[in-house]
Design a protein around this ligand. Structure first.
Ligand code: N2P
Length: 361
């Protein structure tokens, strides 16, 4: 006689628990969060984070455009987010739920305004540059101390790249960024949508294609660290992670990150809430949590990317805070260019060129 009652109670209890238990679905770049960030978030808010990773802006955009991604927070780069806002992929932020926005550096906020005026839809997560990471021993052994060690010649000069072919060159599978680097190397506008400019960039990249071992946007971290490749076009923090792992492994691989004299791209990855997010309230709670100074500092200290959180700087390791390749000085800044959104039409043309480059046709 008691059994049915107990069973009914049990079901009622379960129902209450699941109605209260919230979760938040986060879609972020790989290797881009501290080890304990998610556990701290859950302990503080009671919201369960479900975390998924990607390594390319194109993948995020495809998922958002398809709709019903199920994600509550996504982190595209500003130069993709800008056009995604325009086609209605994000919902406006409720700033009353984001009091920690006051911790953000006004200088950074001014820059990201170019992508999202008034920060209506997005908040910067981390930022960095796209340039060269290499194995000092392997590269100097082949090119000598007087080689062009501070130049994009390492990749774009066929005579130089040919000498690095045997130890392995990896290039990001990121068409917008690599074409921008090629345009900049040629002295052209890195954001150009001009057909002749694109043809010149394609020709340049195709000329060194035979010396590139692979195009991939995250594999190079492990490969650089282990000495399986000697040069990567990579994201700043990822190269530092590789350098750190190489030093820890103690196999004699010394990895360095160089912003070449010709310059490099500067980007900001932005947290935003998709229009069709299942749980916007939890999304705001997550974003506000990331904006806590100690959490932003934890992440920077673990992934070696600059954060936009002025209030966190006291807690960032001095070695990281003082490294001009991570938090660029005015002088380094002057040598960086910001990437802008391309029109979808140009992107289609660019992606076709990229496929030709990759397949070597
Ligand atoms: C994180 C790479 C993020 C940088 N591992 C690309 N914007």
């Amino acid at each position: 006689m008691h059994k049915p009652l107990l069973a009914t109670l049990g079901i009622a209890l379960l129902a209450t628990t699941s109605a209260n238990a919230q979760s938040v679905n986060i879609y972020n770049w790989s290797d881009y969060i501290a080890e304990d960030t998610l556990a701290k978030f859950e302990a503080e808010t009671g919201i369960t984070p479900v975390y998924d990773v990607f390594d390319s802006n194109e993948i995020v955009e495809a998922k958002l455009l398809a709709g019903n991604s199920g994600y509550d927070v996504v982190v595209p780069s500003g130069f993709f987010l800008e056009r995604q806002i325009q086609v209605g992929l994000f919902q406006p932020l409720d700033k009353s739920l984001l009091p920690n926005m006051e911790n953000l550096d006004p200088r950074i906020m001014e820059i990201v305004e170019t992508h999202d005026p008034g920060s209506e839809y997005s908040v910067p997560y981390m930022w960095g540059t796209t340039a060269l990471g290499y194995n000092v021993g392997m590269v100097t052994e082949r090119l000598g101390e007087n080689g062009p060690l501070e130049s994009w010649d390492l990749l774009f000069d066929p005579e130089i790249a040919a000498q690095l072919q045997d130890c392995g060159i990896a290039v990001l599978d990121a068409p917008v960024e690599i074409v921008a680097a090629a345009l900049n190397y040629l002295g052209l506008d890195p954001n150009s949508e001009n057909a002749d400019d694109l043809a010149a960039a394609e020709e340049l990249i195709a000329s060194v294609r035979p010396f590139v071992r692979y195009f991939h946007s995250s594999q190079y971290i492990t490969d650089l660290a282990n000495g399986d490749i000697c040069l990567a076009v990579g994201y700043s923090g990822d190269v530092f992670i590789a350098a750190d792992r190489a030093a820890e492994a103690g196999q004699g691989n010394e990895i360095t990150y160089v912003i070449p004299e010709e310059g490099a791209s500067l980007w900001f990855d932005m947290m935003a809430i998709p229009s069709d997010a299942p749980n916007p309230e939890a999304a705001h709670a997550y974003i506000n949590f990331i904006l806590k100074p100690e959490i932003a500092a934890d992440i920077t200290n673990y992934v070696w990317y600059a954060n936009p959180n002025a209030a966190s700087m006291d807690m960032v390791d001095p070695e990281i805070a003082g490294d001009p390749a991570i938090f660029p000085t005015e002088e380094v800044m002057a040598n960086l260019y910001a990437l802008k959104s391309h029109t979808p039409q140009f992107d289609q043309v660019l992606n076709r060129a990229w496929t030709r480059i990759k397949t070597g046709q």
